[in-house]
Design a protein around this ligand. Structure first.
Ligand SMILES: NC(=O)c1ccc[n+]([C@@H]2O[C@H](COP(=O)([O-])OP(=O)(O)OC[C@H]3O[C@@H](n4cnc5c(N)ncnc54)[C@H](O)[C@@H]3O)[C@@H](O)[C@H]2O)c1
Length: 132
């Protein structure tokens, strides 16, 4: 069983995280919203997606999924980290990638050893080449 982290539990991240758990991975989902983390930990899905609440309850029962606000804690034991946070549009149409870079910085500064980071959030061309 491999451990996967998913950062951002909106439409993209929550479905991905629950499906990763369903196919046999240990999943840690992260969100900046304490309220969302608390309600997901109780098995409450914040939007309608057929079958998702049942899969979440099953993953919680199996202890194959957990929720936290702590990026570095989630990244510590996860070899693969999906970033699925929101990237709202700027006035010029580009994506606001502040959250992505904040998360990347936190992972780099707190997590020892190599990690594979998968960027699912919409981002400007060249974002992944940043060496900040
Ligand atoms: N919805 C889609 O069909 C779709 C498809 C392809 C790509 N995307 C892209 O995927 C990304 C996520 O889309 P979504 O629809 O799931 O968005 P969403 O707004 O439903 O969810 C984003 C989540 O990220 C959390 N978040 C924001 N900043 C954070 C941070 N710093 N740390 C941790 N969590 C944080 C928010 O609290 C929220 O729960 C966007 O960039 C979007 O453009 C979306």
């Amino acid at each position: 069983m491999s451990t996967v982290a998913v950062i951002g539990t909106g439409y993209v991240g929550l479905v991905a995280g629950i499906c990763f758990a369903e196919i046999g991975n240990q999943v840690i989902c992260v969100d900046i919203s304490e309220e969302r983390v608390a309600s997901l930990s109780e098995g409450k899905v914040p939007y309608y997606e057929p079958g998702l609440a049942d899969l979440l309850r099953s993953a919680l029962d199996n202890q194959s999924i957990g929720f936290t606000t702590d990026v570095s804690w989630a990244a510590r034991d996860s070899k693969v980290i999906f970033i699925t946070v929101g990237t709202p549009s700027n006035e010029d149409g580009s994506s606001n990638t502040d959250a992505i870079f904040g998360i990347a910085r936190e992972i780099a500064l707190t997590t020892p050893g190599p990690r594979t980071i998968v960027l699912k959030s919409t981002a400007n061309v060249g974002t992944a080449a940043w060496e900040g």
